[in-house]
Design a binder for this molecule. Structure first.
Ligand SMILES: Cc1cc2nc3c(=O)[nH]c(=O)nc-3n(C[C@H](O)[C@H](O)[C@H](O)COP(=O)(O)OP(=O)(O)OC[C@H]3O[C@@H](n4cnc5c(N)ncnc54)[C@H](O)[C@@H]3O)c2cc1C
Length: 335
């Protein structure tokens, strides 16, 4: 495991694509950051559905100018995992995995971080902190009974495990539709439950007719305009569009109702948030928050609008943070 120094100039929290890109920018601007992650490196991609293809072309997922090779037009989950491992190795980034940032306090000129790993909680002082913590490990919970049961998941893993089972998919955006279709094609009996009366026009143009035709043909059951009331070992209980309670048999439940940044962590650190949008206050030039020395990067900068900043448009945030603070020269290297 990468060992930390008594005092770190820069700590980057989150070894997602954006956190890693920030670490490369920091290095290219003369710092040697420590990157910590609560899980593995690129832990969000680790939790993508197995075998998933990105919708982004490989060039737009690249960081630090390292080429991403893939066998098809779009990279798979597995190809990107390999890619980001390679980038960490070839940039010799100092990464500590399975280490979660719990809290930050100010101690005269330094920031004191509480980091938790399997051995316990320890303190680490640093000069600057970059949060690139994403949103994928904070599901937007329904807040109903039974949501934490072991057969209920807030991330779709793979369809194969559900062959021959009754599966309820909750949600109506792309991830829920994609999961419902894959589950159906893998031999699950699928019911899609969505709170709106119809699908939104933002559903991917190739998914929309596919799901609508499957529903029309009775191959996938659907309950639109439905409210989820709770779950137990055997079923999901809903109030359907007609106002009647209904129990939908469920061996497995995928509650794919979106994700949110860890607002509690931001509040504990003292970062001001816009009440309505959840957008953290930060300087658009340097991404520094109202807490001096604490910057934000990547998807979390957009608050609740989690689909606004993704890999392709977030991967240069490190240049804004470190370019502005360490090297203002117009010839300063851009990753
Ligand atoms: C199924 C799916 C498909 C997608 N497809 C695409 C695509 O094709 N193209 C695209 O550009 N984007 C895609 N995205 C979105 C993309 O995954 C995100 O935009 C991207 O991962 C954001 O990068 P990030 O580095 O900001 O956050 P993340 O990749 O989420 O990384 C955040 C990291 O921070 C860590 N972390 C969180 N809290 C803490 C803490 N307190 N302490 C320490 N570590 C912490 C997490 O473990 C994680 O590794 C997809 C997302 C999903 C869910």
């Amino acid at each position: 495991m990468t060992s930390a120094r008594d005092f770190e100039d820069v700590i980057i929290v989150g070894a997602g694509p954006i956190g890693l890109a920030c670490a490369i920018s920091a290095k290219r601007h003369g710092a040697d950051p420590l990157v910590v992650d609560a899980g593995a490196i690129v832990n969000s991609i680790v939790h993508y559905p197995i075998g998933m293809n990105f919708f982004t072309t490989p060039d737009l997922l690249e960081i630090g100018g390292h080429p991403l090779a893939c066998s098809g037009q779009k990279p798979t989950r597995e190809e990107t995992l390999k890619y980001y491992r390679g980038v960490v190795r070839s940039e010799a980034l100092r990464v500590r995995t399975y280490t979660r940032l719990e809290a930050v306090t100010r101690e005269s000129q330094a920031l004191r971080c509480e980091l938790k790993d399997r051995r316990g909680v320890h303190e680490q002082r640093c000069g600057r902190l970059v949060l690139a913590t994403g949103y994928y490990d904070h599901a937007n919970l329904l807040g109903v009974k039974g949501e934490q049961l072991p057969h209920v998941s807030h991330r779709f893993d793979e369809a194969h495990r559900s062959f021959g089972l009754d599966v309820v998919v909750i949600g109506g955006k792309n991830s829920a539709i994609e999961a419902a279709l894959e589950l159906f094609r893998a031999g699950a009996r699928v019911t899609l439950v969505y709170r709106r009366a119809e699908l939104r026009p933002t559903v991917k143009y190739w998914l929309k007719p596919d799901i609508e035709n499957r529903i029309k043909a009775g191959e996938i059951a659907a309950r639109f305009g439905a409210e989820v009331l709770g779950m137990d070992d055997a079923a999901v209980t809903i109030r359907n569009a007609e106002g009647r309670q209904e129990r939908l048999s469920a061996d497995r439940v995928y509650a794919l109702t979106g994700y949110l940044p860890d607002f509690d962590l931001f509040r504990r650190i003292g970062i001001a948030l816009d009440e309505e949008t959840g957008r953290p206050h930060c300087d658009p030039e340097t991404l520094e928050t109202n807490v001096p020395g604490v910057h934000l990067a990547g998807s979390i900068t957009a608050g609740r609008a989690t689909s606004e900043i993704f890999i392709e448009n977030g991967r240069f945030d490190g240049d804004r943070i470190f370019g502005a603070a360490v090297d203002r020269s117009p010839r300063g290297h851009k990753a």
